[in-house]
Design a protein around this ligand. Structure first.
Ligand SMILES: [Zn+2]
Length: 659
């Protein structure tokens, strides 16, 4: 981020003092916490290379979906059928398969309900009595033969035991079933219903039974859906049909296939205008909601047909009462896409949702240019009841949000289209790998958007971002980032976002430097696009592409709750003569380590900022170095720009009177 200049290595004035003769055992810091090997067990192999990119024989299975669903307004339910085409690219034969039944979290007897403290029902899953899937007619199509199966359903998972295994390296089967479920008003903060001035807004997600991921790391990933840990899904192609009352408009992930059947020629004309416009173009304005000219039929049902390829999920919303607008997205390759927003008319306003499409378009353009080109043709921001939730090409955002809050929300939720929708990490286990990486690119985008319009917004941002915001939050936390998503203290889960983003910024701005870190981070993003990286793949990839052994950092930042406390303890002149140079002594009083940034101000007005690499802490927690002072030293300041998470700054300054 441009707020923190990278401090160049000014080692010219430093001569290294002889290694300490005795260790300082009074400190809690132990070099062996960091400089023992090996740090992490997963060595490179043919599937995941030691370089941290997919190996020569990397594989992943694919799951494609044909879905028909009907929204039943009478009992606010969804019913439909799904046919899954599953391709086994693994080297293993599969005698059984596992599916995810996310809706079963809303069953009164769900594992999540049992594990939710009565005092903190953060996902609104206690006290529901009609939630969960009703599944019927499960059959398997394999080798041209169709046979019914009795699935084994256990909480949010379903196992199908096969009559013939799915063979390795490219064999495929299909699974078909009917499903239905009651739509909760609050779907654990990830979908639900909102009663607007012009009818109900249905925000639908986790709406069809889908495959668990079978991978080379865990085999079947069958962790139950408990609320906080999000999703881990195969990639594949989606072909889906949604039937709703004719007055409603359906906003779906992907590309609408039958516009002439479900939109009027006027709607289609305005969308085409928007597709060529950098400025937001209205498609349906507030005064036009419900007008016959905007809907092709007023009675019965209409079926909307969408397709989206190479994606890990799809979602859709339906409502008759939303404002709808759109604008063109310009992608680096020259390809164009369409950004759209749909929201209740009460959210209109120049500081509010009238800017949603502009925020969406700009976020996508910035991420595409700097990280990876947006691969799909449409993206839509829906203003509704959820505080914020992401799906491929479709995001749900709180329609009450305005100003910087709305910018940040949209930049964040659409940012998830990069992490984890494009870079498909396992969110259920490693929440920081999507929330944190996304938060990192959100700050990046905020620096750039509209010449930094919201960079200094006091609510969301601050010039002193490093010092004032994130480190103070995570400084007191006790859970390391590697804690599995559902086991993290719910009040501490923000650190998945903030501490991770802060750590990446430290790597970029302080530890590695922008040139090398940006290359390495982009290498990770491109290498794992539409694939399944683990945290270790990320660590390996950055170590390799940036060319540094950062294992000390991965360990302290992701696996521990260790805190940083750097201190300056003394300044001594050689032969009591400042003109002959000074010995400056530092201590590492916390268990975390960091490079040291030290500013030295001399009485003659000369000052210098030195950057000492983390290697000074390899042997001990005390470090003395020689500084070529020319006159008396007035002041020595550690971390003068507050970029490090030093939790005790009271010992960061030495002044001449202290002697
Ligand atoms: Zn998020």
């Amino acid at each position: 981020m441009k707020k923190i200049p990278f401090i160049s290595l000014l080692l010219i004035n430093i001569t290294i003092l002889q290694a300490q003769e005795t260790r300082n055992d009074s400190l809690v810091y132990h070099p062996q916490d960091f400089f023992l090997q090996p740090f992490y067990p997963p060595a490179g192999n043919v599937y995941r290379s030691a370089e941290g990119i997919p190996g020569a024989q990397y594989w992943q299975n694919s799951s494609s979906y044909l879905i028909h669903a009907t929204l039943n307004e009478k009992d606010t339910s969804i019913s439909g059928d799904v046919t899954i085409t599953y391709v086994n690219n693994s080297p293993d034969k599969l005698d059984y398969i596992w599916l995810q039944l996310d809706q079963n979290i809303f069953n009164a007897n769900s594992r999540a309900a049992a594990a939710t403290p009565a005092s903190n029902d953060a996902f609104g899953i206690l006290g529901l009595n009609n939630g969960g899937y009703h599944i019927s007619g499960v059959s398997v199509i394999s080798g041209g033969k169709t046979y019914p199966v009795q699935p084994v359903i256990t909480d949010t998972r379903m196992q199908i035991r096969l009559q013939q295994p799915v063979l390795p390296k490219g064999d495929q089967i299909s699974i078909r079933m009917n499903f239905s479920f009651a739509i909760p008003a609050n779907g654990a903060g990830r979908f639900g219903r909102l009663y607007t001035s012009h009818g109900v807004l249905y925000q639908i997600a986790q709406w069809y039974p889908r495959m668990c991921v079978y991978d080379d790391v865990e085999g079947w990933n069958t962790l139950p859906y408990m609320g906080q840990g999000e999703f881990y899904c195969d990639y594949g192609n989606y072909d889906f049909f949604v039937t709703v009352p004719a007055e409603m408009i359906v906003y779906g992930s992907g590309d609408l296939q039958n516009a002439p059947e479900v939109l009027t020629s006027e709607d289609i004309k305005r969308l085409a205008t928007a597709a060529n416009s950098d400025k937001t173009v209205p498609v349906i304005q507030a005064g036009e909601i419900g007008k016959p000219s905007m809907r092709p039929a007023s009675r019965g049902n209409l079926t909307w047909h969408f397709k989206m390829n190479n994606t890990r999920d799809v979602a859709w919303a339906a409502c008759s009462g939303l404002v709808w607008d759109a604008a063109k997205i310009n992608l680096p390759s020259g390809r164009k896409a369409l950004a759209m927003s749909a929201y209740p008319p009460e959210a209109l306003g120049d500081t509010a949702w009238s800017r949603s499409t502009e925020y969406l378009k700009n976020s996508i353009e910035i991420y595409s240019k700097n990280f990876f080109e947006y691969p799909w043709n449409h993206a839509i921001s829906i203003g509704g009841s959820l505080s914020g939730m992401e799906y491929p090409g479709l995001i749900y955002n709180d329609y009450h949000e305005t100003r910087a809050g709305l910018w940040f929300l949209i930049a964040h939720e659409i940012g998830h289209n990069w992490f984890p929708m494009i870079v498909g990490s396992n969110e259920r286990k490693y929440m920081w790998q999507d929330e944190g990486f996304n938060t990192y690119i959100n700050y990046y985008a905020t620096d750039i958007f509209n010449k930094g319009e919201y960079v200094n917004d006091p609510v969301y941002f601050s010039k002193d971002y490093f010092a004032s915001r994130d480190y103070k939050i995570f400084m007191t936390y006790r859970d390391p980032l590697m804690v599995v998503s559902d086991a993290m203290d719910i009040k501490q889960h923000y650190q998945y976002y903030g501490k991770t983003a802060y750590g990446l910024n430290l790597l970029r701005n302080v530890i590695v430097g922008r040139e090398r870190f940006d290359y390495a981070f982009r290498k990770y993003t491109e290498s794992w696009a539409f694939k399944h990286p683990t945290p270790y793949d990320f660590f390996h990839c950055i170590n390799n592409a940036a060319g540094d052994d950062l294992n000390w950092f991965w360990k302290e930042w992701f696996f521990t709750d260790w805190k940083l406390d750097q201190a300056i303890t003394s300044v001594k002149y050689i032969d009591n003569n400042p003109a002959r140079g000074s010995w400056i002594t530092l201590e590492n009083r916390g268990r975390m380590i960091m490079p040291v940034i030290v500013k030295i101000i001399q009485a003659d007005g000369d000052s210098a900022v030195l950057h000492l690499p983390v290697d000074i802490w390899m042997r001990d927690g005390t470090w003395t170095f020689k500084y070529a002072s020319m006159s008396k030293i007035d002041k020595v300041i550690l971390d003068p720009e507050n970029v490090l998470p030093d939790m005790n700054r009271g010992n960061n300054v030495w002044m001449t009177d202290n002697r």
